[in-house]
Design a binder for this molecule. Sequence first.
Ligand code: FAD
Ligand code: NAP
Length: 342
Amino acid sequence: MDAVAPEISTNVALTDMNTLRVSASAEYFCRLSSVDLVQPVLQFARARGLTVTALGGGSNLVLAGDIKGLVVVLDIKGIDVLASENERLDVRFGAGECWHTMVEHCLDQGWYGLENLSLIPGNMGAAPIQNIGAYGVELSDLFVSLDAIEIATGQERVFNREDCEFGYRDSVFKQRLQNQYLITAVTLRLSRQPQININYPALKDALGGLQASPQQISDAVCQIRQQKLPDPAVTANVGSFFTNPKVSEEQALSLISLHPNMPWHVQPDGRYKIPAAWLIEKCGFKGQRYGNVSVHQHQALVLVNHGGTGLEVLVLADKIVQAVADEFGIDLVIEPRVYGRE
Ligand code: FAD
Ligand code: NAP
Protein backbone atom coordinates (compact mmCIF):
# COMPACT_ATOMS: atom_id res chain seq x y z
CA MET A 1 0.00 0.00 0.00
CA ASP A 2 2.83 2.42 0.82
CA ALA A 3 4.27 1.98 -2.68
CA VAL A 4 1.00 3.22 -4.15
CA ALA A 5 0.15 5.95 -1.67
CA PRO A 6 2.59 8.53 -3.15
CA GLU A 7 0.81 8.23 -6.50
CA ILE A 8 -2.44 9.36 -4.89
CA SER A 9 -2.63 13.14 -5.01
CA THR A 10 -4.92 15.42 -3.05
CA ASN A 11 -7.09 18.34 -4.11
CA VAL A 12 -6.64 17.79 -7.85
CA ALA A 13 -8.39 20.09 -10.35
CA LEU A 14 -10.73 18.18 -12.69
CA THR A 15 -11.45 21.11 -15.02
CA ASP A 16 -9.46 19.62 -17.91
CA MET A 17 -10.84 16.15 -17.24
CA ASN A 18 -14.53 16.86 -17.96
CA THR A 19 -15.71 18.00 -21.37
CA LEU A 20 -18.20 20.50 -19.85
CA ARG A 21 -15.01 22.11 -18.49
CA VAL A 22 -16.65 22.74 -15.15
CA SER A 23 -14.22 23.77 -12.48
CA ALA A 24 -14.26 21.24 -9.62
CA SER A 25 -11.68 19.24 -7.73
CA ALA A 26 -11.15 15.72 -6.42
CA GLU A 27 -10.30 15.31 -2.72
CA TYR A 28 -8.00 12.38 -3.68
CA PHE A 29 -7.02 11.43 -7.23
CA CYS A 30 -5.04 8.70 -8.96
CA ARG A 31 -4.47 7.39 -12.47
CA LEU A 32 -3.94 3.64 -12.78
CA SER A 33 -2.14 2.19 -15.79
CA SER A 34 -2.21 -1.41 -14.57
CA VAL A 35 -4.92 -3.66 -13.17
CA ASP A 36 -2.44 -4.77 -10.46
CA LEU A 37 -2.65 -1.29 -8.92
CA VAL A 38 -6.41 -1.42 -8.41
CA GLN A 39 -6.41 -3.57 -5.26
CA PRO A 40 -3.87 -1.48 -3.28
CA VAL A 41 -5.70 1.71 -4.23
CA LEU A 42 -9.05 0.27 -3.11
CA GLN A 43 -7.39 -0.76 0.16
CA PHE A 44 -6.12 2.82 0.54
CA ALA A 45 -9.70 4.11 0.08
CA ARG A 46 -11.26 1.49 2.38
CA ALA A 47 -8.75 2.22 5.15
CA ARG A 48 -9.82 5.88 5.10
CA GLY A 49 -13.54 5.35 4.45
CA LEU A 50 -13.34 7.17 1.10
CA THR A 51 -15.95 6.81 -1.62
CA VAL A 52 -14.44 5.86 -4.98
CA THR A 53 -15.56 7.41 -8.27
CA ALA A 54 -14.38 6.13 -11.66
CA LEU A 55 -13.54 8.72 -14.32
CA GLY A 56 -12.94 8.08 -18.01
CA GLY A 57 -12.80 10.89 -20.56
CA GLY A 58 -15.33 12.94 -18.55
CA SER A 59 -17.65 13.28 -21.59
CA ASN A 60 -20.81 12.00 -19.94
CA LEU A 61 -20.87 13.58 -16.50
CA VAL A 62 -21.73 16.82 -14.77
CA LEU A 63 -19.62 17.93 -11.84
CA ALA A 64 -22.06 19.86 -9.68
CA GLY A 65 -19.41 20.46 -7.04
CA ASP A 66 -16.11 19.10 -5.72
CA ILE A 67 -15.85 15.31 -5.52
CA LYS A 68 -15.31 13.95 -2.04
CA GLY A 69 -13.26 10.77 -1.70
CA LEU A 70 -11.03 9.22 -4.37
CA VAL A 71 -11.40 9.77 -8.12
CA VAL A 72 -9.78 6.98 -10.13
CA VAL A 73 -8.91 7.16 -13.82
CA LEU A 74 -8.50 3.63 -15.17
CA ASP A 75 -5.86 4.16 -17.82
CA ILE A 76 -5.38 0.45 -18.47
CA LYS A 77 -4.42 -0.19 -22.11
CA GLY A 78 -4.31 -3.35 -24.18
CA ILE A 79 -6.02 -5.02 -27.15
CA ASP A 80 -5.98 -8.84 -27.11
CA VAL A 81 -7.67 -11.30 -29.44
CA LEU A 82 -9.11 -13.96 -27.10
CA ALA A 83 -10.77 -16.23 -29.66
CA SER A 84 -11.02 -16.37 -33.41
CA GLU A 85 -13.23 -18.73 -35.39
CA ASN A 86 -14.09 -18.33 -39.06
CA GLU A 87 -15.15 -14.71 -39.52
CA ARG A 88 -15.83 -14.06 -35.80
CA LEU A 89 -13.35 -12.87 -33.23
CA ASP A 90 -13.59 -11.90 -29.58
CA VAL A 91 -11.31 -9.01 -28.63
CA ARG A 92 -10.62 -7.75 -25.11
CA PHE A 93 -9.91 -4.01 -24.75
CA GLY A 94 -8.40 -2.34 -21.70
CA ALA A 95 -10.72 0.18 -20.01
CA GLY A 96 -8.32 3.03 -20.80
CA GLU A 97 -8.38 2.58 -24.57
CA CYS A 98 -9.78 5.70 -26.27
CA TRP A 99 -13.05 4.64 -27.92
CA HIS A 100 -12.57 6.26 -31.34
CA THR A 101 -8.88 5.31 -31.62
CA MET A 102 -10.00 1.74 -30.91
CA VAL A 103 -12.69 1.94 -33.65
CA GLU A 104 -10.02 3.12 -36.12
CA HIS A 105 -7.66 0.34 -35.01
CA CYS A 106 -10.36 -2.29 -35.60
CA LEU A 107 -11.08 -0.94 -39.08
CA ASP A 108 -7.35 -1.07 -39.89
CA GLN A 109 -7.28 -4.71 -38.77
CA GLY A 110 -10.36 -5.63 -40.83
CA TRP A 111 -12.41 -6.22 -37.64
CA TYR A 112 -15.90 -4.91 -38.31
CA GLY A 113 -19.05 -3.98 -36.41
CA LEU A 114 -18.13 -0.68 -34.74
CA GLU A 115 -18.32 1.69 -37.72
CA ASN A 116 -21.65 3.36 -36.75
CA LEU A 117 -20.16 4.15 -33.34
CA SER A 118 -17.27 6.18 -34.78
CA LEU A 119 -16.20 9.43 -33.11
CA ILE A 120 -18.03 8.90 -29.81
CA PRO A 121 -15.84 10.59 -27.18
CA GLY A 122 -14.61 8.78 -24.09
CA ASN A 123 -12.95 5.53 -23.11
CA MET A 124 -13.73 1.84 -23.44
CA GLY A 125 -14.39 1.39 -19.70
CA ALA A 126 -17.33 3.81 -19.77
CA ALA A 127 -18.97 2.40 -22.91
CA PRO A 128 -21.05 -0.26 -21.07
CA ILE A 129 -22.24 2.20 -18.42
CA GLN A 130 -24.86 3.70 -20.72
CA ASN A 131 -24.63 1.08 -23.48
CA ILE A 132 -23.39 3.71 -25.92
CA GLY A 133 -25.23 3.87 -29.18
CA ALA A 134 -25.51 5.81 -32.41
CA TYR A 135 -27.00 5.38 -35.89
CA GLY A 136 -28.88 2.20 -35.01
CA VAL A 137 -26.02 0.28 -33.33
CA GLU A 138 -25.48 -0.16 -29.58
CA LEU A 139 -22.55 -1.53 -27.64
CA SER A 140 -24.75 -4.42 -26.48
CA ASP A 141 -25.02 -5.63 -30.12
CA LEU A 142 -21.31 -6.54 -29.94
CA PHE A 143 -20.83 -7.10 -26.24
CA VAL A 144 -19.50 -10.41 -24.85
CA SER A 145 -18.41 -9.59 -21.29
CA LEU A 146 -16.57 -7.17 -19.06
CA ASP A 147 -14.05 -7.55 -16.27
CA ALA A 148 -14.77 -5.55 -13.13
CA ILE A 149 -13.65 -5.17 -9.54
CA GLU A 150 -16.13 -4.47 -6.77
CA ILE A 151 -15.17 -1.27 -4.99
CA ALA A 152 -16.44 -2.32 -1.55
CA THR A 153 -14.75 -5.74 -1.44
CA GLY A 154 -12.04 -5.79 -4.12
CA GLN A 155 -13.67 -8.93 -5.52
CA GLU A 156 -13.10 -9.57 -9.23
CA ARG A 157 -16.18 -10.36 -11.32
CA VAL A 158 -16.93 -11.07 -14.98
CA PHE A 159 -20.27 -9.67 -16.22
CA ASN A 160 -21.81 -11.27 -19.29
CA ARG A 161 -24.43 -9.56 -21.42
CA GLU A 162 -27.42 -10.65 -19.27
CA ASP A 163 -25.68 -9.51 -16.08
CA CYS A 164 -25.30 -6.00 -17.52
CA GLU A 165 -29.08 -5.56 -18.00
CA PHE A 166 -28.50 -3.33 -21.01
CA GLY A 167 -31.29 -1.00 -22.06
CA TYR A 168 -31.65 2.12 -24.16
CA ARG A 169 -28.63 4.24 -23.08
CA ASP A 170 -28.80 2.28 -19.86
CA SER A 171 -27.31 -0.65 -17.94
CA VAL A 172 -27.23 -2.12 -14.45
CA PHE A 173 -24.24 0.22 -13.79
CA LYS A 174 -26.52 3.27 -14.11
CA GLN A 175 -29.15 1.62 -11.94
CA ARG A 176 -28.80 -0.73 -8.97
CA LEU A 177 -25.00 -1.24 -9.32
CA GLN A 178 -24.28 2.45 -9.76
CA ASN A 179 -20.76 3.40 -8.53
CA GLN A 180 -20.14 -0.12 -7.19
CA TYR A 181 -17.67 -1.53 -9.74
CA LEU A 182 -14.54 -0.43 -11.55
CA ILE A 183 -14.54 -1.80 -15.11
CA THR A 184 -11.02 -2.83 -16.13
CA ALA A 185 -11.63 -4.43 -19.56
CA VAL A 186 -14.41 -5.04 -22.10
CA THR A 187 -14.64 -7.94 -24.58
CA LEU A 188 -16.47 -7.42 -27.88
CA ARG A 189 -17.38 -9.88 -30.66
CA LEU A 190 -16.32 -8.43 -34.00
CA SER A 191 -16.50 -9.85 -37.50
CA ARG A 192 -14.14 -10.15 -40.44
CA GLN A 193 -17.27 -9.94 -42.63
CA PRO A 194 -18.56 -6.35 -42.98
CA GLN A 195 -21.73 -5.75 -40.92
CA ILE A 196 -23.59 -3.07 -42.84
CA ASN A 197 -26.31 -1.07 -41.06
CA ILE A 198 -27.27 2.14 -42.81
CA ASN A 199 -30.94 2.37 -41.84
CA TYR A 200 -30.67 5.77 -40.18
CA PRO A 201 -31.84 8.38 -42.71
CA ALA A 202 -28.93 10.78 -42.12
CA LEU A 203 -26.42 8.00 -42.75
CA LYS A 204 -28.27 6.59 -45.74
CA ASP A 205 -28.49 10.09 -47.27
CA ALA A 206 -24.79 10.76 -46.69
CA LEU A 207 -23.91 7.52 -48.49
CA GLY A 208 -26.34 8.23 -51.33
CA GLY A 209 -28.41 5.18 -50.35
CA LEU A 210 -25.74 2.91 -51.87
CA GLN A 211 -23.95 -0.07 -50.37
CA ALA A 212 -20.82 1.06 -48.61
CA SER A 213 -17.67 -0.40 -47.09
CA PRO A 214 -17.16 -0.25 -43.29
CA GLN A 215 -14.50 2.43 -43.81
CA GLN A 216 -16.92 4.52 -45.90
CA ILE A 217 -19.59 4.17 -43.20
CA SER A 218 -17.14 5.26 -40.51
CA ASP A 219 -16.01 8.22 -42.63
CA ALA A 220 -19.65 9.22 -43.27
CA VAL A 221 -20.53 8.99 -39.54
CA CYS A 222 -17.48 11.14 -38.68
CA GLN A 223 -18.42 13.69 -41.32
CA ILE A 224 -22.07 13.97 -40.17
CA ARG A 225 -21.02 14.23 -36.53
CA GLN A 226 -18.40 16.89 -37.27
CA GLN A 227 -21.03 18.94 -39.14
CA LYS A 228 -23.81 18.56 -36.55
CA LEU A 229 -22.14 18.30 -33.17
CA PRO A 230 -19.95 20.79 -31.33
CA ASP A 231 -16.38 19.53 -30.80
CA PRO A 232 -15.91 19.27 -27.01
CA ALA A 233 -12.29 20.37 -27.44
CA VAL A 234 -13.63 23.74 -28.65
CA THR A 235 -17.14 24.03 -27.19
CA ALA A 236 -17.72 22.66 -23.69
CA ASN A 237 -20.52 20.06 -23.79
CA VAL A 238 -21.39 16.46 -22.91
CA GLY A 239 -23.28 15.52 -26.08
CA SER A 240 -26.98 14.77 -25.68
CA PHE A 241 -28.12 16.07 -22.31
CA PHE A 242 -31.39 14.09 -22.37
CA THR A 243 -32.32 10.65 -23.64
CA ASN A 244 -35.10 10.37 -26.20
CA PRO A 245 -38.33 9.60 -24.33
CA LYS A 246 -40.42 6.54 -25.16
CA VAL A 247 -44.16 6.91 -24.62
CA SER A 248 -47.19 4.63 -24.88
CA GLU A 249 -49.01 4.31 -28.20
CA GLU A 250 -52.02 6.07 -26.66
CA GLN A 251 -49.97 9.09 -25.56
CA ALA A 252 -48.10 9.17 -28.88
CA LEU A 253 -51.30 9.16 -30.97
CA SER A 254 -52.77 11.92 -28.85
CA LEU A 255 -49.58 14.02 -29.29
CA ILE A 256 -49.45 13.31 -33.04
CA SER A 257 -53.03 14.54 -33.45
CA LEU A 258 -52.05 17.79 -31.71
CA HIS A 259 -48.63 18.07 -33.44
CA PRO A 260 -48.82 16.36 -36.84
CA ASN A 261 -45.20 17.35 -37.64
CA MET A 262 -43.78 15.65 -34.56
CA PRO A 263 -41.30 12.90 -35.58
CA TRP A 264 -41.62 9.48 -33.93
CA HIS A 265 -40.14 5.95 -34.22
CA VAL A 266 -42.09 2.86 -33.16
CA GLN A 267 -39.99 0.59 -30.94
CA PRO A 268 -39.96 -3.22 -30.88
CA ASP A 269 -41.95 -3.07 -27.60
CA GLY A 270 -44.71 -1.00 -29.27
CA ARG A 271 -43.80 2.25 -27.52
CA TYR A 272 -43.06 5.39 -29.54
CA LYS A 273 -39.64 7.09 -29.33
CA ILE A 274 -39.94 10.87 -29.69
CA PRO A 275 -36.76 12.89 -30.43
CA ALA A 276 -36.09 15.01 -27.31
CA ALA A 277 -34.39 17.60 -29.55
CA TRP A 278 -37.73 18.27 -31.31
CA LEU A 279 -39.58 18.70 -27.99
CA ILE A 280 -36.93 21.10 -26.67
CA GLU A 281 -36.88 23.11 -29.89
CA LYS A 282 -40.69 23.37 -29.86
CA CYS A 283 -40.46 24.84 -26.35
CA GLY A 284 -38.29 27.62 -27.78
CA PHE A 285 -34.94 26.76 -26.19
CA LYS A 286 -32.81 26.06 -29.27
CA GLY A 287 -29.96 28.58 -29.59
CA GLN A 288 -30.98 30.45 -26.40
CA ARG A 289 -28.39 31.57 -23.88
CA TYR A 290 -29.07 31.88 -20.15
CA GLY A 291 -26.11 33.56 -18.42
CA ASN A 292 -23.13 31.23 -18.68
CA VAL A 293 -24.94 28.31 -20.34
CA SER A 294 -26.84 27.83 -23.57
CA VAL A 295 -28.74 25.40 -25.77
CA HIS A 296 -26.71 24.71 -28.91
CA GLN A 297 -27.95 26.56 -31.98
CA HIS A 298 -27.80 23.49 -34.26
CA GLN A 299 -28.65 20.67 -31.83
CA ALA A 300 -31.20 21.40 -29.09
CA LEU A 301 -30.16 18.25 -27.17
CA VAL A 302 -26.75 19.72 -26.44
CA LEU A 303 -26.23 22.16 -23.55
CA VAL A 304 -23.11 24.31 -23.81
CA ASN A 305 -21.11 25.70 -20.91
CA HIS A 306 -19.53 29.14 -21.41
CA GLY A 307 -17.57 29.21 -18.16
CA GLY A 308 -20.44 28.47 -15.79
CA THR A 309 -20.73 25.91 -13.02
CA GLY A 310 -22.21 22.43 -13.16
CA LEU A 311 -25.12 23.72 -11.09
CA GLU A 312 -25.86 26.44 -13.65
CA VAL A 313 -26.01 23.76 -16.36
CA LEU A 314 -28.37 21.71 -14.19
CA VAL A 315 -30.62 24.72 -13.54
CA LEU A 316 -31.06 25.13 -17.31
CA ALA A 317 -31.68 21.38 -17.65
CA ASP A 318 -34.41 21.59 -14.97
CA LYS A 319 -36.01 24.53 -16.79
CA ILE A 320 -36.12 22.47 -20.00
CA VAL A 321 -37.54 19.41 -18.20
CA GLN A 322 -40.29 21.57 -16.67
CA ALA A 323 -41.19 23.26 -19.97
CA VAL A 324 -41.38 19.94 -21.88
CA ALA A 325 -43.51 18.40 -19.11
CA ASP A 326 -45.89 21.38 -19.16
CA GLU A 327 -46.18 21.46 -22.96
CA PHE A 328 -46.18 17.76 -23.86
CA GLY A 329 -46.75 15.83 -20.61
CA ILE A 330 -43.41 14.05 -21.15
CA ASP A 331 -40.75 13.74 -18.43
CA LEU A 332 -37.29 14.10 -19.99
CA VAL A 333 -34.48 12.15 -18.31
CA ILE A 334 -30.97 13.58 -18.00
CA GLU A 335 -28.42 11.34 -19.74
CA PRO A 336 -25.06 12.28 -18.11
CA ARG A 337 -24.33 11.19 -14.55
CA VAL A 338 -24.28 13.98 -11.95
CA TYR A 339 -21.55 14.06 -9.26
CA GLY A 340 -20.80 16.43 -6.40
CA ARG A 341 -24.38 17.54 -5.78
CA GLU A 342 -24.95 17.34 -2.02
P1 FAD B 1 -17.04 9.52 -18.24
O1 FAD B 1 -17.83 10.71 -18.62
O2 FAD B 1 -15.70 9.74 -17.67
O3 FAD B 1 -17.90 8.64 -17.23
C1 FAD B 1 -19.26 8.36 -17.49
C2 FAD B 1 -19.76 7.40 -16.40
O4 FAD B 1 -19.06 6.16 -16.50
C3 FAD B 1 -19.49 7.90 -14.99
O5 FAD B 1 -20.56 7.47 -14.19
C4 FAD B 1 -18.21 7.16 -14.57
O6 FAD B 1 -18.12 6.97 -13.17
C5 FAD B 1 -18.40 5.85 -15.28
N1 FAD B 1 -17.12 5.21 -15.64
C6 FAD B 1 -16.19 5.68 -16.51
N2 FAD B 1 -15.19 4.78 -16.63
C7 FAD B 1 -15.49 3.74 -15.81
C8 FAD B 1 -14.83 2.52 -15.48
N3 FAD B 1 -13.67 2.17 -16.04
N4 FAD B 1 -15.42 1.70 -14.57
C9 FAD B 1 -16.60 2.03 -14.00
N5 FAD B 1 -17.27 3.17 -14.29
C10 FAD B 1 -16.73 4.01 -15.18
N6 FAD B 1 -22.91 8.69 -26.08
C11 FAD B 1 -23.56 7.77 -26.82
O7 FAD B 1 -24.05 6.76 -26.29
N7 FAD B 1 -23.70 7.92 -28.16
C12 FAD B 1 -23.18 8.99 -28.83
O8 FAD B 1 -23.32 9.08 -30.05
C13 FAD B 1 -22.51 9.99 -28.07
N8 FAD B 1 -22.02 11.10 -28.67
C14 FAD B 1 -21.42 12.07 -27.92
C15 FAD B 1 -20.97 13.23 -28.56
C16 FAD B 1 -20.34 14.23 -27.84
C17 FAD B 1 -19.86 15.47 -28.56
C18 FAD B 1 -20.13 14.06 -26.44
C19 FAD B 1 -19.41 15.12 -25.66
C20 FAD B 1 -20.59 12.92 -25.80
C21 FAD B 1 -21.25 11.92 -26.52
N9 FAD B 1 -21.75 10.75 -25.92
C22 FAD B 1 -22.38 9.79 -26.66
C23 FAD B 1 -21.60 10.55 -24.45
C24 FAD B 1 -20.23 9.94 -24.05
O9 FAD B 1 -19.27 10.16 -25.02
C25 FAD B 1 -20.33 8.43 -23.81
O10 FAD B 1 -21.30 8.13 -22.85
C26 FAD B 1 -19.00 7.83 -23.35
O11 FAD B 1 -19.10 6.43 -23.22
C27 FAD B 1 -18.49 8.42 -22.03
O12 FAD B 1 -17.15 7.97 -21.86
P2 FAD B 1 -16.16 8.68 -20.86
O13 FAD B 1 -14.92 7.85 -20.81
O14 FAD B 1 -15.99 10.11 -21.20
O15 FAD B 1 -16.97 8.51 -19.48
P1 NAP C 1 -30.78 12.22 -35.99
O1 NAP C 1 -30.15 11.35 -37.01
O2 NAP C 1 -31.08 13.65 -36.34
O3 NAP C 1 -32.12 11.54 -35.48
C1 NAP C 1 -32.92 12.19 -34.49
C2 NAP C 1 -33.38 11.17 -33.49
O4 NAP C 1 -34.27 10.28 -34.13
C3 NAP C 1 -32.21 10.39 -32.95
O5 NAP C 1 -32.07 10.76 -31.64
C4 NAP C 1 -32.57 8.92 -33.17
O6 NAP C 1 -32.69 8.21 -31.95
C5 NAP C 1 -33.94 8.95 -33.82
N1 NAP C 1 -33.89 8.16 -35.08
C6 NAP C 1 -33.48 8.60 -36.30
N2 NAP C 1 -33.63 7.63 -37.20
C7 NAP C 1 -34.13 6.55 -36.56
C8 NAP C 1 -34.50 5.24 -36.97
N3 NAP C 1 -34.38 4.84 -38.23
N4 NAP C 1 -34.96 4.39 -36.02
C9 NAP C 1 -35.07 4.77 -34.75
N5 NAP C 1 -34.73 6.00 -34.31
C10 NAP C 1 -34.27 6.89 -35.20
O7 NAP C 1 -29.93 12.20 -34.63
P2 NAP C 1 -28.63 13.00 -34.21
O8 NAP C 1 -28.96 13.86 -33.07
O9 NAP C 1 -27.94 13.60 -35.40
O10 NAP C 1 -27.70 11.82 -33.67
C11 NAP C 1 -27.28 10.79 -34.52
C12 NAP C 1 -26.97 9.54 -33.72
O11 NAP C 1 -25.89 9.79 -32.83
C13 NAP C 1 -28.16 9.10 -32.84
O12 NAP C 1 -28.20 7.70 -32.82
C14 NAP C 1 -27.81 9.65 -31.48
O13 NAP C 1 -28.33 8.86 -30.43
C15 NAP C 1 -26.28 9.61 -31.49
N6 NAP C 1 -25.74 10.70 -30.65
C16 NAP C 1 -25.74 10.53 -29.30
C17 NAP C 1 -25.23 11.51 -28.48
C18 NAP C 1 -25.17 11.31 -26.98
O14 NAP C 1 -24.51 12.08 -26.30
N7 NAP C 1 -25.81 10.30 -26.45
C19 NAP C 1 -24.72 12.69 -29.03
C20 NAP C 1 -24.78 12.84 -30.40
C21 NAP C 1 -25.28 11.84 -31.21
P3 NAP C 1 -31.45 7.59 -31.13
O15 NAP C 1 -30.79 8.74 -30.47
O16 NAP C 1 -32.15 6.69 -30.18
O17 NAP C 1 -30.55 6.86 -32.08
